[in-house]
Ligand binder design. Structure first.
Ligand code: AMP
Ligand code: MG
Length: 410
């Protein structure tokens, strides 16, 4: 499996993503979950409609249910009862009669049309209709939304709030979902401290693991947090071994570059296998993917922006597949660049940008702060990536560029 890491060339980011999508499978196992807790999760089985929706013809208006043919004579209609939502009229609408009806109430047998109350002059026991009335108007038909037996959602669907509304309306109380993968996570670095603790000289806070935990939690994944590890081979080896046993995938930050204390990739190479290392992207070049006793391993660079950009661009698609879902390329847009940007050919740039509509309503974009791989303030201010092709050089103000709006969980 060690093809790319021995080559001097970097793997194009598209190839790296394809390799990941091919290499990963959904984790086994399902669980039944109450519908309201299913948002963001992936269906393990299709959901079939057990009823028609609406379950019966009902009124779309507050008004009167009647027989259209009765209106020809122009005579008033006899008012014989009321149909309310949840309290249907139990009789029959015979010729010459009508029933007061409210929105959502069952249209009583015999009636074929609902006239809205604004068109009706109502007395105690009779009503007179004025204006034009169309046959069958203001009736929501049985089954016009959903048909009994129809597939409401296919297996593999990632459930949204709108899906939950659909399933709830169809009477579904719980759903069978894919088990969530367990993700082992640790960061490496002798300099790292937990936010909230005291820093000593040369230390920095561990922003990567903190942000990644939030991102994984946002995806509903189970996290096996192995904490901050020192730059010590044996400790890293021990953590990797435990992670391979107890988790479905391993995500680490730091130690995948070429420095003298960068042990994570070396240890993985000794204990498992590296699939590829080094991707032609900026930030994020030292990203590593491999396996340890079959468990997928994602080695993120230590630099904070690189860690989150590689997580977003490469690990998220892989996690989506492991969850049983799919992954489709993000929607991009073209925007006019408001300033020149530096760019060297050779790697795909994911520059942090801020896009908006200008006075004419056209999309414009500018850099969100400076672009260093340690500049978290720029990432925090960004609402998109400005994606610059691998082979492109510098871009000028006024050029059209591709932007990729940031989505959850970034
Ligand atoms: P490394 O990839 O371990 O060589 O780290 C590259 C840079 O990222 C160094 O400046 C590290 O101090 C920094 N870094 C590594 N891990 C983290 C982390 N978890 N949070 C914030 N910065 C980090
Ligand atoms: Mg380090």
């Amino acid at each position: 499996m060690s093809d790319c890491c021995s080559q001097p060339g970097l793997m194009p980011v598209e190839t790296a993503r394809e390799r990941l999508l091919e290499a990963l499978q959904p984790v086994p196992g399902t669980e039944d979950i109450p519908l309201e807790l299913a948002a963001g999760r992936v269906l393990a089985e299709p959901v079939i409609a057990a009823l028609d929706l609406p379950p019966c013809d009902n009124s779309a208006m507050d008004g009167y249910a009647l027989r259209l043919a009765d209106l020809e004579s122009g005579k008033p209609l006899e008012l014989i009862g009321k149909s309310f939502a949840g309290k249907p009229f139990t009789g029959m609408v015979n010729p010459g009669t009508c029933v007061r009806i409210m929105t959502g109430a069952v249209v009583p047998p015999g009636a074929d049309t609902v006239v809205m109350q604004e068109q009706v002059e109502a007395r105690e026991e009779s009503v007179r209709v004025s204006g034009r009335v169309k046959a069958g108007e203001h009736i929501r038909r049985r089954g016009e939304d959903i048909r009994e037996g129809e597939v409401l959602l296919a297996a593999g669907t990632r459930i949204t709030v709108a899906h939950i509304a659909l399933l709830a309306a169809a009477g579904v109380g719980s759903v069978t979902l894919r088990r969530q993968p367990v993700i082992a996570l640790f960061s490496t670095g002798d300099e790292l401290r937990q936010p909230g603790e005291q820093l000593t000289a040369g230390d920095i806070y561990d922003s990567n693991r903190t942000a990644l935990k939030a991102a994984l939690a946002g995806l509903g994944l189970e996290i096996l947090d192995l904490g901050i590890l020192p730059d010590t081979r044996s400790v890293i080896a021990g953590a990797l071994e435990r992670a391979a046993l107890d988790a479905d995938a391993i995500i680490t930050s730091g130690g995948v570059s070429v420095g003298e204390a960068d042990y994570t990739r070396e240890v993985l190479e000794d204990m498992g296998e590296i699939g590829f290392w080094k991707v032609a992207m900026k930030p994020g070049k030292p990203f590593a993917f491999g396996r340890l006793q079959g468990t997928p391993f994602f080695g993120l660079p230590g630099n904070p922006v690189s860690a989150l950009v590689t997580f977003y661009q490469l690990v998220l698609p892989a996690l989506s597949i492991m969850q049983g879902g799919s992954w489709s390329a993000p929607q991009t847009m073209r925007a006019r660049l408001l300033q020149p940007l530096n760019k060297k050919p050779g790697r795909t740039d994911f520059q942090r940008g801020f896009f908006r509509n200008d006075e004419q309503g056209m999309l414009v974009v500018e850099a969100a702060g400076t672009q260093g791989s340690h500049i978290l303030s720029g990432l925090a201010a960004a609402n998109c990536f400005i994606v610059l092709d691998r082979d492109s050089g510098p871009v000028a103000a006024g050029d059209m560029v591709t932007i990729e709006p940031l989505r959850a969980p970034l």
